[in-house]
Structures are given as structure tokens and as C-alpha cells.
Design a protein around this ligand. Sequence first.
Ligand SMILES: *Cc1c(COP(=O)(O)O)cnc(C)c1O
Length: 368
Amino acid sequence: MTMPSPRKGVLDIAPYIPGSSKAEGGENVFKLSSNESPLGPSPRALAAVQALDAEAIVRYPDDAPVELRNAIAARHGLNPDNIVLGNGSDELLTLMAQGYLAAGDEAICSEHGFLVYPIAIRAAGATPVFAPDHDDLTANVDAILERVTERTRLVYLANPNNPTGTYLPISEVRRLHAGLPESCILVIDAAYAEYVRRNDYEAGIELVSSAENVVMTRTFSKAYGLAGLRLGWLYGPSHVVDVLNRIRGPFNVNAAALAAGLAALEDTEHLQKAVEHNDRWLPWLTEEIEKLGLKVTPSVANFLLIHFPDEEGRRAPDAYRFLSRRGLILRGMGGYGFPNALRLSIGTEEANRRLIEALRDFLEGQGA
Ligand SMILES: *Cc1c(COP(=O)(O)O)cnc(C)c1O
């Protein structure tokens, strides 16, 4: 008997492993494994979801949601016709692969880039090509450009990158774009753009506006705190938007996400609070963890990559178990090529303080 088999490449995909929400111990569990907002969603977004009535639920949502696209466009100074909404930005990153890649094509990602890209690339039957990062874990523009061939159709760049928390200044992103052939699209994934406080950083809006081969994706999952509703958007040239609108599923964004997204966008105060919370705790955690003698990759996002010593009982998996028994869930990084690191999402004040206490106990060899 012959079994049905999937398209070539599908079984080479290592399934995405989401951050755990389970801890081994602790009454109060702090999930610090998925870069979700410690402040939660805007109360206005929550109210908008709760206000959905039977009529809103029995009907299909708007297929080409004008209101939300208009609101996003107004906020960022864009043309709403150049925006595509997605069921999370992951859907849009995947649609880019589906729309532009075929068997034999290549797409480039950075060595420690977001794992959704190679999944999307392989699912489209194409081949991911990995470019090594610099020693400081920033993406290496020259290494990416060196790997461009006549088969390269897409380059995925998370800026800032997850899980390293590093970023490229816009001058480097421009240099990357300038070195790509016109037939190759640069996909800038700016999921953490709201958090970045650097004068030389730009999410890429101007670059998209001035080129035919650049798109930028954004999400409501991180600073806006709406990960559970799945809402993201892409800004791109008209010809790319046209392709995505042909291949996306009809009604790909649900009614709750549309309502919440609109309300969240209006609540600039809540967004501001989320960013200020990060401004306070990102440097605090970095400093406190370094004081404990651990190495931290400098981050501009809402998470930190913590490197553990290569010593018996003090490695990342040991720390993971110890912290888990204290109700603190971090993210193992083996899948990202960092077997001896954990990623920590910035949490509430209580979570952050507990984390430092627990890490100190772990390093001092005290029992959990
Ligand atoms: C979290 C994250 C996203 C967001 O994904 P959604 O599907 O919008 O929730 C996209 N890119 C990166 C690099 C991320 O870390």
C-alpha cells in the first residue's frame, strides 16, 4: 500500500515549539516565555471584544476591513490600500513564502532568526539559506548579501530580532536592500518596533514607500497585548498587496480581532504605558542579571537572552528546571542554536523581582 505523502520538504520541517505555559511549581505562575505584554490588553480592547453581540458573531467579518486598515494607515501615515491584515503577522510571513517561493527557490534568513521563517520557506517547497550573525549576534548584512544567488526570492529580517533582541540601524537595512537584486523581496518583520528606543532605528516604512521590493510586517501580539486574538498587518507595494489578497483566506481576520485592534489603536495611553514599563524594566533586568555574573545580550525589545556558564549544574537546562519550580517559565533556546541560553520576557514588577531572586539562589546553589 502506498501512503499519501506531503509535498517535498514538508517532513524536513521541525515543528514550531511555542513557549510553555506550565511550571513545575509555584502557586503564582509567571509565564515569561512568549514575549507577551505584562500589562495585558488595553481595557478598551477588552471592552470591545466583550461588546460583540450575537449579530456580530453570526455574521462573517468584513473581508477587507476598511475601518481598521484606515486607522492603522492614519496612525502611521500610510495609504490604507497598501495594508493587508493577517491572522497574526505569522500568517503574513507565511503568505509571502506561499506567494513568492516555489521548489528550487531560495530564501535567506539570519542564523539566529525567528523560526517561523524556515518553516514558511520549507512549507512552500523552497530552501532556507542561513547567514551567520556577527559575534555580537546582530544580523550580518554582508553575510546575507554573499548568499544571494539568482534563485533568491526573499530575504527575511526580524528587526529587532527574536530571540537575540539585537537590531540593525536603518542605515544597515538600507545597505542590505541596496545590495539585493530587484527581483528579490526584503521582508522586514518589525514585531517589536514599538519598544525600540534608538535614534538610528526605523521600522522600515520609508523604505517600503520608496521601493518595489520591500515589505514590513507588524503585530498586535506584543506591545498591544492581543496575542490571543491573532492580529497583524503588512505594509507593502501595491503589486505585493495584490498577490497577498489573492492567496489569503477570505475573512482571515476574525470579528473579535478587528474590534479589539481598532480599540487598542485608539488607546495610545495604554501602549505608552507598556513601552514605559519596558523602558524601566529592560535595563533593570539587564543590569541585575549581569551583576549576578551572567552574560546578557543587549536587547532593544521586551525580552532578554541570558547565557549560562558551561559548568555542571549551572547550565541553561538546569536553570530552566530550577526557575520552573519557582513558578517562573522562561524559554529554552536549543531550537535557536543557543543550547546554553534562556530567553526571558520582561514581566510585571513582581515577576521581574522574583526572577532575580530565583536566579541568585540558583547560582548560589540553594535548593529550589
Ligand atoms: C512574536 C513575533 C511575531 C508576531 O507573531 P504574530 O503572529 O503576529 O503573533 C512576529 N515576528 C517575530 C520575530 C516575533 O517574535
